[in-house]
Structure formats: structure tokens, C-alpha cells
Write a protein that binds this ligand. Structure first.
Ligand SMILES: [Zn+2]
Length: 247
């Protein structure tokens, strides 16, 4: 049987001791890092809007639409409460910590109320991958724009939208070109709402041809292109209204 020479055995055990010591030091450092690092995560509100194939995207317009929907506003209010509760819970948790002072400082370091609500617009982009002479396409989401606001900003915005009956975004409502706000979708929506019936003489025109969308308060007098200020008129009645207005 072959015996290892003595000096080799002793250098082997020396190496083992050094490795064990290094591991112990690593574990202590890692343990300290785990204990001392900031354990808190601020609960941001994140919402992205898909703006694929849309041009001239204004992110505030998308936020307005989100705020106008009951669902969107509820999500925001709910999240506002989540943040308040998270703060309360974390603060009472800190009271039970040994590193109370450090934890308090760490908590206030990450509280980010001014930018708590984050909105993004993203668009799908088609990219191509070449593999073995075969070109395949795949989609990726690309960030288009991004904005972070606080709770007060959203409350004020919501209040302004409430004042105009949640009928349009602020930009649409205050646009100087109200005629441009008339979209195909809005036109269809008003036709459907008014049952394809002239709101003056009651003529029913189910194909919609000959029906016109009328501003109840004319744009020239400050009327807006919003559902409550629109009605369906037949061309005859609309013509008559036009005459009356000019005389
Ligand atoms: Zn009519």
C-alpha cells in the first residue's frame, strides 16, 4: 500500500483549513449583508397602456381615460389605501426590530410618495430572428413613454374630469378644434344611443344614411364634442337648425 508523504498530507490539511476559513468569512459577510440591507420594498402602482399602431401618443390622455373609467379610479383608490396600510404595517413591524433606528431610516429612504403611481405606454414591435436560414418573427414590448405622479395629482385630475362629466379627456375637452374630436366611433355611438332616429321630427333611418350628428350647443358658442352635447338629426331638420342659427 502506498503512503502519502507526510509533508503532502499536512499541506492538504492546511488547504482545507484555509478553504473552511474563507467559507466561514464569506458566510459571515453574506449573513451581515442579509441582515443589514434594506428589507423594505415600496409598493408602487404600475399600469401600462398598449399604444401599438397609435400615433401622437399623449400619456396624460391615457391616464384621463383610465381615471374616467370606474374600474381605473377604483384601482387607484385601492392602491392608495394599500400604500397607507403598508406604511402602518411596516412602522409597527419596526417597533419589534432590534435594529429599530436603522430600519426606520431604511424605511424613510425608500418611501417615494411623490412618484408612487407609475404609468407607461408600451407598443408591440415585430423583430426577426435568423436561425438555420429560417427567418422567424417575434414580438417585443417596447417602452414608449413613462410618467410617475403622486396621489394628489391624480385626485386633482379626477376632480377636473368629474366637472366635465367624465365625457372626454382634458386635452380633448379643451382642444380648440372641437370639430376634430368627432371620431367615427363617437358618431356610431351617438347613432346607436339615439336609435337612428331624428331627435327633432322622429324620422327613423336604420341605415344611418341621411342622419347627421348635431352639436346641441354649437361649437361656435362653446359647445363641446361630447356625448351629452350631441344628437342625431335628419339632414332636413339639421338644415333648418342651421338656418335658424344664422337668422
Ligand atoms: Zn328630422
Amino acid at each position: 500500500m502506498k503512503q502519502w508523504p507526510y509533508h503532502f498530507q499536512s499541506s492538504m490539511s492546511n488547504v482545507l483549513v484555509i478553504v473552511a476559513a474563507l467559507m466561514a468569512i464569506f458566510l459571515v459577510i453574506y449573513g451581515l449583508y442579509r441582515i443589514l440591507r434594506n428589507p423594505f420594498h415600496y409598493p408602487y402602482f404600475v399600469r401600462s397602456f398598449d399604444v401599438s399602431r397609435k400615433r401622437n401618443v399623449d400619456i396624460e390622455d391615457y391616464i384621463d381615460k383610465y381615471l374616467c373609467s370606474e374600474f381605473g379610479w377604483n384601482c387607484i383608490v385601492e392602491h392608495h389605501n394599500t400604500i397607507i396600510n403598508w406604511k402602518k404595517r411596516t412602522e409597527s413591524y419596526i417597533q419589534t426590530c432590534i435594529l429599530k433606528k436603522r430600519r426606520t431610516r431604511q424605511l424613510y429612504e425608500i418611501i417615494d410618495d411623490n412618484f408612487a403611481f407609475r404609468f407607461k405606454t408600451v407598443r408591440d414591435q415585430t423583430r426577426y430572428r435568423q436561425q438555420n436560414y429560417v427567418k422567424t418573427s417575434y414580438k417585443v414590448s417596447v417602452l414608449d413613454s413613462e410618467i410617475a405622479v403622486d396621489w394628489d395629482w391624480l385626485v386633482q385630475r379626477h376632480r377636473k374630469l368629474e366637472r366635465i362629466g367624465f365625457e372626454a379627456t382634458l386635452k380633448e375637452y379643451h382642444s380648440r378644434d372641437q370639430r376634430r374630436q368627432m371620431t367615427k366611433e363617437l358618431r356610431q355611438q351617438i347613432m346607436k344611443r339615439d336609435h337612428y332616429t331624428c331627435q327633432n321630427c322622429g324620422k327613423y333611418m336604420p341605415d344611418g344614411v341621411g342622419l347627421q350628428i348635431d352639436h346641441i350647443i354649437p361649437i361656435s358658442k362653446g359647445g363641446k364634442t361630447v356625448a351629452s352635447n350631441l344628437q342625431v338629426l335628419c339632414s332636413k331638420c339639421n338644415g333648418r337648425k342651421g338656418n335658424r342659427r344664422t337668422t
